[in-house]
Design a binder for this molecule. Structure first.
Ligand SMILES: Nc1nc2c(c(=O)[nH]1)N[C@H]1C(S)=C(S)[C@@H](COP(=O)(O)O)O[C@H]1N2
Ligand SMILES: [Mo]
Length: 497
C-alpha cells in the first residue's frame, strides 16, 4: 500500500513537471510510447481493431496497472528492508528516464520528470516508512487503531497530493494545448463550394464533409505535441539542389490552394471508421520541393520527419505525378487542430495516411528507400500504398431493429484519384441493385449513396460494393489491413419487425 501511494505521488509530480516542460516525457507516457513502438504489427492491428480509439486509454491504464503492481512489491520489500524498497522505486523511475532519453527527439530536459518521480516517490516511501516505524504498536498485527492515526493521515495526505499534482499537470497540458488560432491566407483561386450532400435527406448517413471534431485520428502519440506556429519551420534537405528552410510566412508566399480530399487509414477494415472527408488549405507539395530543386535528384522517397522525430515515407514519383499533393495548414476553413497536425501536415490524395499524411511535419528529406527507412517501413508495411476502392454502409446499423416498410440503405464510397462511378447493394444474397449516388465533389472525394428498400419483417443481410470510374469493381476477396490495406465487401445483418 505504501509503495503504491508513494509511486502514485511520484508519478503525479512527474506528470506536473512534464506538463511544464516536455509533456511527452511524463514517465507513464514514455513507457506507453515505448510499448507502442515495440509492439509487433499484428498485435497493434488487433488492438486498433478491438479497441478502436480507446486503444490508447487502455494502453495507459495497463501501463499504470503494471507500474502499480511493481510499486506494491517495492512497498512490501520496503517494510522489511527500506533501502531495497527505495532502490526499487528509484530504479523504476530511472528506467522510465532512460526510455525518455531514447525517444527520437529527446533532449536532456526529458530526464527531468523521471528524476522528479524518483525523488518524490522515494521520499514519500521513506516518510511513510519512518512514520510507521515510530508509531506506537508498530509491527503488531491488526493494530490499525487510533495509535496509527498519524500514519493513516499521512497516507491520506499523500493520496490527496497525488490527485492534486496529477490534475494540475493535466490542466496545464490542456492549457498549453490551446491557441492554434493563426491567421490563414485565402486560396489564390476560387474553390467551388462543396455541393449539398445527402445528409439532410438520408438519416444516419455520414455527413458529406466530416465535421473537424469528428475526424478520425490515428497516430503513434500518447500526448499531443505543443508546436509554436511562430517558430515552426519546414526544412527540405537530402538529395536536393539546395537545402531550404521555410517558415509559415514563407509558405503563405506560395500559391495557396484549397481542395476537397478524403483521407483514409490503411488500418481501416472494410466498413470501418478510419476515413474522413475535409477541405484542406495549403500549398502544392511540388511548389515546395521546387524551392529546394529536385530536377537532378536520384531520390525515390520523401522521408518526412515530425517534431518528435517520427518518420513517414512517401513515394516521390507518386506524390509528384500531377495529383493535388499538398502541404496543408488549414482544415475546413480553420487552422489544423493539434490532433490533425498543427501547424502543418502533408496530404496526398490517393495514398493511405501512413505513407503520405505526416502530421506536425518539420522536415522532408529526399532520399531512397535503400538508404533510409521510415517508422512503418521498418515494420514491414508497404511503401507504395494506394488507397483501395471501398464502400461502407452507414445506415441501417449492423444488428439494428427497424420497423417494416420503406427504409433507406445508405453510406459512402471512395476511390481517390479515380472517382466512384457507381455503388450497388445486395439484399439477402439477391442480385446487385444500383444505388443512387449523391453529388460529386471530385475524384479525390468520397460519394454518398442510398437505396430505398421495402423491408419485410425478419432478419436480412445487406451488402454493398463500389465501382470506380475505370470500371474496377470492389473485390469480395478479403485482405487484412497489413501490409497494404483491407479488401472485401461489407455485409451486415439487420432485424425488421
Ligand atoms: N507525425 C505523424 N503523422 C502521422 C501519423 C503519425 O503517427 N505521426 N499517422 C499517420 C496515419 S497512419 C494516418 S491514417 C493519418 C491520420 O491523420 P488524422 O489523424 O488527421 O486523421 O496521419 C498520418 N500522419
Ligand atoms: Mo493510417
Amino acid at each position: 500500500m505504501f509503495g503504491v501511494l508513494a509511486t502514485l505521488t511520484g508519478v503525479a509530480a512527474a506528470h506536473l513537471v512534464a506538463a511544464l516542460t516536455v509533456p511527452a516525457a511524463s514517465p507513464v507516457l514514455v513507457v506507453g510510447s515505448t510499448v507502442i513502438d515495440l509492439t509487433p504489427t499484428p498485435v497493434k492491428e488487433w488492438a486498433i481493431r478491438s479497441f478502436g480509439t480507446a486503444d490508447k486509454p487502455i494502453l495507459i491504464g495497463s501501463v499504470m496497472l503494471g507500474v502499480l503492481v511493481l510499486a506494491a512489491i517495492a512497498g512490501i520489500v520496503a517494510a522489511r528492508r527500506i533501502t531495497a524498497g527505495l532502490l526499487m522505486i528509484v530504479g523504476l523511475a530511472m528506467l522510465a528516464g532512460v526510455l525518455a532519453l531514447l525517444r527520437p527527439s529527446a533532449g536532456p530536459l526529458d530526464l527531468l520528470p523521471s528524476l522528479v518521480a524518483a525523488l518524490v516517490g522515494a521520499v514519500a516511501l521513506w516518510w511513510l516508512h519512518r512514520l510507521e516505524e515510530s508509531a506506537p504498536g508498530a509491527g503488531v498485527e491488526g493494530a490499525a487503531g487510533p495509535t496509527r492515526r498519524g500514519v493513516l493521515l499521512a497516507a491520506g495526505g499523500l493520496a490527496a497530493a497525488a490527485a492534486v499534482l496529477g490534475s494540475a499537470g493535466r490542466f496545464i497540458s490542456a492549457y498549453r494545448l490551446k491557441g492554434t488560432d493563426i491567421d490563414l491566407p485565402t486560396a489564390t483561386g476560387t474553390t467551388p463550394p462543396l455541393p449539398d450532400g445527402l445528409d439532410g435527406k438520408i438519416k444516419g448517413i455520414s455527413p458529406f464533409r466530416t465535421p473537424t471534431a469528428d475526424f478520425y485520428r490515428v497516430d503513434t502519440r500518447l500526448s499531443l505535441p505543443i508546436v509554436d506556429a511562430e517558430t515552426w519551420s519546414l526544412t527540405i534537405d537530402g538529395d536536393v539542389d539546395q537545402e531550404v528552410t521555410l517558415t509559415l510566412a514563407d509558405l503563405y508566399e506560395l500559391e495557396v490552394i484549397e481542395r476537397d480530399i478524403t483521407l483514409t487509414c490503411v488500418s481501416n477494415d472494410v466498413g470501418g471508421p478510419y476515413v474522413g472527408a475535409a477541405r484542406w488549405l495549403g500549398v502544392r507539395l511540388t511548389d515546395v520541393l521546387d524551392l529546394a530543386g529536385i530536377d537532378n535528384t536520384s531520390a525515390d522517397q520523401i522521408l518526412s520527419t515530425d517534431v518528435d522525430g517520427m518518420t513517414i515515407s512517401t513515394p516521390l514519383a507518386t506524390a509528384t505525378d500531377g495529383r493535388d499533393a499538398m502541404i496543408v495548414f488549414g482544415m475546413n476553413g480553420e487552422p489544423l487542430p493539434r490532433e490533425n497536425g498543427f501547424p502543418v501536415r502533408m496530404v496526398v490524395p490517393g495514398l493511405y495516411g501512413f505513407v503520405s499524411a505526416c502530421k506536425w511535419i518539420t522536415k522532408m528529406t529526399l532520399t531512397t528507400y535503400d538508404d533510409q527507412q521510415a517508422y512503418w517501413t521498418e515494420r514491414d508495411w508497404a511503401t507504395e500504398a494506394p488507397i483501395k476502392i471501398s464502400s461502407r454502409i452507414d445506415t441501417p446499423k449492423p444488428l439494428s431493429d427497424s420497423s417494416p416498410g420503406r427504409i433507406a440503405i445508405g453510406g459512402v464510397a471512395w476511390a481517390q484519384g479515380v472517382g466512384i462511378k457507381g455503388v450497388e447493394v445486395r439484399i439477402d444474397g439477391g442480385p446487385w441493385q444500383p444505388a443512387t449516388l449523391g453529388p460529386d465533389a471530385g475524384d479525390d472525394y468520397w460519394r454518398q449513396w442510398f437505396l430505398e428498400w421495402d423491408a419485410a419483417p425478419g432478419q436480412h443481410f445487406l451488402a454493398c460494393r463500389a465501382t470506380n470510374n475505370d470500371g474496377d469493381v470492389q473485390t469480395p476477396v478479403r485482405a487484412t489491413p497489413f501490409p497494404e490495406g483491407s479488401t472485401g465487401i461489407q455485409e451486415i445483418a439487420v432485424n425488421v419487425g
